[in-house]
Design a protein around this ligand. Structure first.
Ligand code: TRP
Length: 449
């Protein structure tokens, strides 16, 4: 079934792929990493790396997927008889399960905060109280796991409805809503007292804070944000119609992705400066800092609802894309119906998430290499599995698939984008493998620059 399903329209394709890339990575992770690396200068590096490294890989993944028109494991065998290449697909399945497990937990937090912002709001609650609420919520395994389960359940329902009637249909509603919410929030931030400081922080680059680590974080963030290194775009590529302009779609999605990331910083930093909060706060920026800001802001009740609706939508349209990677494989491999595959995957993700929630508790005995499972999976996926899978995919596209075959798929039988394809191809073949290898070896400490 998954082999023949296709997205029904151009807008549906952009909405589905855009839904995958725009996620917690843009709204939760990008602002706090930018804050930690001193603002605007990091954004410049991020943009350069996104368009020179990440976008060519994005285009390759979509091309591989559309050409092979099957699940991410079989896709590699379509081009090469060497079975080992299928390994890229299996690595992706492992990565997808791992990320889904902890992504659903954070998405569950977003859902909890959405409910709290509707039922109680954050007015009249002191900052200390908000911090305490966050800690007691995340340390309460039953409550936080309950929200995780609800989130996984909602994701499963969308996947169960199928590619066009599930993924595409909901993304077509959710993505425009997300844009409206974020624009309203940016306008609100512009009216705040210290809006100017926030804007300068984002747009006035200070290169003194840039280190080697900034480059590593920028590339890791851009892979995560563009849903790369996990065959996500190979999976969705199979649902993209033959008429779609892949290069243009890739560029549109990347522009959407960086736009939402930058808009998120414009929501958060003016507010942080106005209410005297340091921008380099770390992961709690969205769950502790923002609620205390909303509590003090005029109209904060509504803006906090908008914000957590935004966060929830961003999370679910991304988690469905990860869920679909595993679904498309399970359906084909075990010859299951979509329904049965979804039940099986849902149970597996629920178990993995439960282990993550438990291992995060203070004094928990579920540890891997001294780390909580949550931190282990986060580190293992972003520092190891995703760069390795990304590198292998780039090598596959540049060196294993025949150039003529790859080109004909990427350019709709050599009818469009012939010139720009040559640039993209050079980047994929030479630039990407070199850059990803250097970054990977440095990040793992195997070489020192
Ligand atoms: N891009 C999403 C985000 O920014 C996360 C995501 C969805 C993802 N699918 C993926 C990350 C596949 C890596 C691979 O939150």
């Amino acid at each position: 079934m998954s082999k023949t399903s296709k997205f029904g329209s151009k807008f549906g394709t952009i909405a589905a792929l855009g839904g995958s890339v725009v996620g917690l990575g843009n709204i939760w992770r990008f602002p706090y990493i930018t804050g930690q690396h001193g603002g605007g200068a990091f954004i410049i590096i991020y943009l350069l790396l996104s368009f020179s490294v990440a976008v060519p890989l994005l285009i390759s993944e979509i091309t591989i997927g559309r050409g092979a028109n099957t699940n991410p494991c079989k896709a590699f065998n379509f081009y090469s008889k060497i079975r080992a290449w299928e390994g890229i697909g299996y690595l992706s399945i492992i990565t997808a399960f791992s990320i889904l497990a902890f992504y659903s937990i954070i998405a569950g937090w977003a859902l909890h905060y959405l409910i709290v912002s509707i039922t109680q709001g954050f007015g009249d609650v002191s900052s200390a109280q908000i911090t305490e609420n966050f800690v007691s919520f995340t340390q309460n395994p039953y409550l936080s796991y309950l929200y995780t389960l609800v989130f996984i359940g909602l994701t499963a329902l969308v996947i169960r409805a199928g590619v066009e009637k599930g993924i595409e249909k909901y993304c077509k509603i959710f993505m425009p809503t997300l844009f409206i919410m974020i624009i309203l929030l940016v306008f609100n931030s512009m009216t705040l007292d210290k809006a100017k400081e926030g804007f300068l922080f984002v747009f006035n680059p200070d290169f003194s804070k840039i280190t080697l680590q900034s480059f590593l974080d920028a590339i890791g963030q851009s892979f995560f944000s563009l849903s790369l290194g996990m065959c996500c775009m190979v999976t969705y590529g199979a649902y993209v119609s033959k008429e779609t302009n892949i290069v243009k779609t890739g560029a549109t999605i990347a522009i959407t992705d960086v736009t939402v990331a930058i808009l998120s910083t414009l929501v958060i930093f003016p507010a942080a400066f106005t209410f005297g909060i340091q921008p380099g706060q770390g992961p709690e920026l969205v769950f502790i800092t923002l609620p205390s800001i909303f509590g003090q802001m005029p109209g904060g009740y509504f803006f906090s609802i908008f914000f957590f609706v935004l966060l929830f939508i961003a999370a679910i349209t991304s988690s469905i894309s990860m869920f679909e990677i595993v679904t498309s494989y399970t359906i084909d491999k075990f010859n299951l119906t979509r329904n049965k595959a979804v039940v099986f995957i849902t149970l597996t993700v629920c178990i993995l998430s439960a282990l993550c929630v438990l291992s995060q508790l203070e004094g928990s005995i579920i540890k891997i290499g001294g780390k909580s499972m949550f931190d282990f999976l986060d580190g293992a996926t972003s520092n190891f599995l995703m760069p390795v899978t990304g590198l292998l995919t780039a090598l596959f596209a540049g060196w294993v698939i025949k150039k003529a075959q790859f080109k004909s798929e990427a350019t709709n039988n050599n009818t469009i984008n012939n010139k720009i394809f040559n640039v993209v191809y050079m980047l994929i073949k030479y630039f990407l493998p070199i850059v990803i290898s250097i970054i990977f070896l440095t990040a793992t400490g195997l070489i020192k620059l």
